[in-house]
Design a protein around this ligand. Structure first.
Ligand code: SAM
Length: 223
């Protein structure tokens, strides 16, 4: 189920009801989820479901579900399965014919594209680019992508990524959405080369989503 991406107010009535009433909340980071639960005065059982313990925890949670328990899966922020643990558990449940119920809510990519001003009729969500292996290939493949492209990035890698995007894709319109729904929320709108300059002038912090215009035929300079 989806939980806030920053502002704790961004949660549905249904999500709160479910967090109160399930038998167990499987959480990526139990400390973070505790903060959310405290905000809504919910005391319920938590267990850790993290990329490090997926192998052990997936069959355990499946067994609990088969035995009749109701389990809610939450991650640190946003929607599980979107660059977060979730996919393996969903797959395992489907295999065992366990009903998986989505509780929709925030996701950083959706909030970013919605206010980006870039075409949102058709877009591709790429999440984090591979850090090393496969990075060049992915950048080359995406160079011809005509739909708007959405990337997740960390503050310490954003400069390198923007440099590479300019090199592989040419200059294009982009939006850097930072700290969405939080105190220092900021949207930088411009071209990739302007963003590069902005990043050399500003020490950039926090969580960020980079939305980039697709290949319009005009901006692709590596044909
Ligand atoms: N499951 C989450 C979702 O639905 O968006 C994404 C989890 S992923 C591990 C974390 C990344 O999401 C961050 O590094 C950042 O790129 C993006 N992100 C999460 N919260 C954000 C926010 N408030 N503002 C901007 N980006 C955010």
């Amino acid at each position: 189920m989806s939980t806030p991406i920053g502002n704790l107010g961004d949660i549905t009535y249904r999500a709160i009801h479910i967090l109160k009433n399930v038998d167990l909340i499987a959480a990526e980071d139990t400390r973070k989820t505790r903060i959310l639960l405290q905000q809504y005065e919910i005391s319920n059982k938590l267990s850790s479901y993290h990329s490090y313990n997926l192998k052990r925890e997936t069959p355990r949670l499946v067994q609990l579900l088969l035995d009749g328990s109701a389990v809610a899966l939450v991650t640190d922020a946003g929607t599980p399965g979107i660059s977060d643990p979730g996919y393996q558990l969903v797959q395992a449940c489907i295999k065992e014919q366990i009903r998986v119920i989505p509780i929709p809510g925030p996701s950083a990519f959706l909030a970013a594209i919605a206010v980006s001003g870039l075409s949102s009729h058709r877009f591709v969500y790429e999440g984090f680019l591979p850090v090393k292996k496969g990075r060049k290939t992915r950048l080359e493949q995406l160079a011809k992508e005509q739909r708007t492209i959405i990337l997740y990035e960390s503050p310490h890698r954003i400069r390198k990524t923007v440099d590479e995007l300019i090199a592989y894709w040419g200059d294009r319109k982009c939006v850097l959405a930072r700290e969405i729904t939080k105190k220092f929320e900021e949207f930088f709108r411009g071209n990739l080369t302007e963003l590069k300059e902005h990043l050399t002038l500003t020490k950039i912090r926090g969580e960020m989503v980079l939305v980039i215009e697709g290949n319009s035929g005009k901006n692709y300079d590596r044909s």
